[in-house]
Ligand binder design. Structure first.
Ligand SMILES: [Zn+2]
Length: 204
């Protein structure tokens, strides 16, 4: 997969679910895929932008990985394995195909980790399920994506998980339009993609 430094903006986060947003850090699934979070720095920018980390958590993660680049590599590799698994699983869900055994074992391992990390707490006088405070912030992104993936898999919005047909796009999103008419990830985003590629092609 070609590593590409992408200048992430809020408008690029279009999946409507964190699991789909993670899938959408690759552009061109099934065609000529590009990895738009090739390093920890761009990955953290994306994680903050997509709401998976708050500002304080992002700083904590940045500090931790500075002290341990090897741990950072491991975390990034495991989240990217989850990303591929989610793409494959959700594609099967969309096409009503059975999931692949390898994908099931990856997602089930993440679900086990999530189950060990979660507890019931009282927040603002409400009972909630939350990730324990003693879990390393390095684990948060993968665990939060897993929670979002579980919600999607438990209650898949029938006919509403779509794949953008844009040239070399393949991003996935939940279509929340009234008459299920949304076809593109976002016209502007797809336009930007084309432009970004043309720009890189000229540069190269
Ligand atoms: Zn698109």
């Amino acid at each position: 997969m070609k590593p590409v430094i992408h200048n992430w903006i809020a408008g690029d986060v279009v999946g409507g679910n964190s699991a789909l947003n993670l899938v959408n850090t690759v552009s061109g699934w099934g065609y000529d895929p590009e990895d738009w979070v090739p390093d920890m720095e761009s990955f953290l920018v994306w994680a903050r932008l997509s709401g998976l980390l708050d500002e304080g958590e992002k700083k904590q993660v940045a500090r931790l990985i500075e002290g341990s680049p090897a741990a950072a590599e491991r975390i990034l590799a495991s989240v990217k394995e989850l990303r591929f698994t989610l793409w494959s699983l959700i594609s099967c869900l969309q096409h009503r195909k059975p999931a692949k055994p390898g994908d099931l074992s990856v997602i089930n391992e993440w679900i086990r980790r999530l189950a060990l990390a979660e507890q019931v707490v009282v927040e603002r006088n409400k009972i909630e399920v939350a990730i324990k405070r003693d879990i390393s912030v390095l684990e948060l992104i993968g665990l939060r994506v897993t929670a979002a993936a579980l919600a999607l898999l438990k209650n898949p919005p029938a006919g509403r998980i779509k794949t953008c047909p844009g040239e070399n796009c393949g991003w996935k999103f939940v279509d929340r339009s009234k008459n299920r008419s949304r076809r593109w990830c976002d016209m502007a985003v797809c336009g930007n993609l084309v432009k970004a590629r043309e720009y890189r092609a000229r540069k190269g």
